[in-house]
Design a protein around this ligand. Structure first.
Ligand code: C5P
Length: 310
């Protein structure tokens, strides 16, 4: 138990992410795919405020359509709070308030950020005092992307994406995010990838169950040179996301035409991430995309993982 003075509320901020590189291997028996990915946390945040309560409850603000986020046990933040309570043998509850900025079902890990923030917030509120390693272990049980939302920065993820090792990244990378109406379901996109691979025929080799991030991606991140990085950003889920949402291909092309170095579907989509040479270029790309009637955000990475802000 921590010796810190008890507090009434704790506010934690956790970032959304872009998969700068996402290699998807074969499917394990548990349905999860082998991954080799590079996550980058970007300056688009979820805030979770935790307050003492007898029961568990959630409220969410910042949504155009509140029906898109469940407020019960389907919500990953609710599951995070209950998992921590069980692990810590805490018999009270918590009232969680989630202030969303990361697009819902956008392929940017918004729900995972909520879960990571809820873990850190409840740990501080309840004085649980779990180690970072213990919080990571609980995070991995909640979802493959949750450990990264705790970690932040730039990191390589292997296994299901939950086994993290830090990646060196110099400087900052500027991204213009193009949001889409209607999210894409991550399981649906993975299932589409499997179907597309099956269609490619029995002659193709089975996808590997262990894979690595190619060296040029890591070298480009270390160099801090966006132009170099633009040559190696890649997403194995992109083909499947474009199958579900063919219009996204045009968004990527429009982004490149507007001056982005390269564009990629973020995670399972439908958010498109356009890598730009710097803040001014990002500004120009954003204006051009807005002129096409598209909703855009300018973010940069890497930024810190889940942390207490008050
Ligand atoms: O772990 P998380 O809940 O974020 O994963 C959502 C879904 O994405 C899983 O149910 C699975 O369909 C798919 N997934 C996968 N392989 C991974 C990570 C996620 O197939 N390594």
């Amino acid at each position: 138990m921590s010796t810190a003075a008890p507090v009434d509320s704790v506010r934690v901020r956790a970032p959304g992410k872009i998969n700068v590189y996402l290699g998807v291997g074969g499917r394990h028996d548990d349905g999860y795919h082998a991954l080799a990915t590079v996550f980058q946390a970007v300056s688009l945040y979820e805030d979770v405020i935790a307050r003492h309560a007898d029961d568990f409850s959630i409220t969410v603000s910042g949504l155009e359509d509140p029906s898109t986020v469940p407020l019960d046990d389907r919500n990953l933040a609710m599951r995070a709070a209950k998992l921590l309570a069980t692990a810590a043998e805490y018999d009270g509850g918590v009232a969680l308030e989630i202030r969303k900025s990361v697009p819902v079902a956008g392929g940017m890990g918004g729900g995972s950020a909520d879960a990571a923030a809820a873990l850190v917030a409840c740990d501080a509120l309840w004085g649980t005092g779990f180690s970072t390693a213990r919080l990571h272990e609980l995070a991995a049980r909640l979802g493959a992307d949750v450990p990264f939302a705790l970690h932040g920065g730039t990191a390589v993820g292997t296994g299901r994406g939950d086994q993290l090792s830090p990646a060196l990244a110099r400087g900052r990378f500027d991204w213009v995010l193009v949001q889409s109406d209607g999210g894409l379901s991550t399981p649906v996109v993975y299932a589409r990838l499997d179907a597309l691979r099956d269609d490619e025929g029995a002659l193709a080799d089975d996808p590997p169950l262990s894979l690595e991030v190619p060296a040029p991606v890591l070298q480009a991140l270390r160099s801090g040179d966006p132009e170099l990085l633009s040559e190696s950003i890649y997403n194995d889920l992109q083909e499947a996301a474009l199958y579900e949402r063919p219009d996204l291909e045009n968004v990527i092309l429009q982004g490149i035409h507007a001056g982005a170095l390269q564009g990629i579907v973020s995670g399972s989509g439908p958010t498109v991430a356009l890598l730009c040479a710097g803040p001014e270029d990002a500004h120009d790309v954003q204006s051009a995309m807005r002129a096409h009637g598209l909703e855009t955000l300018h973010v940069h990475g890497p930024v810190a993982g889940a942390r207490i802000i008050s």
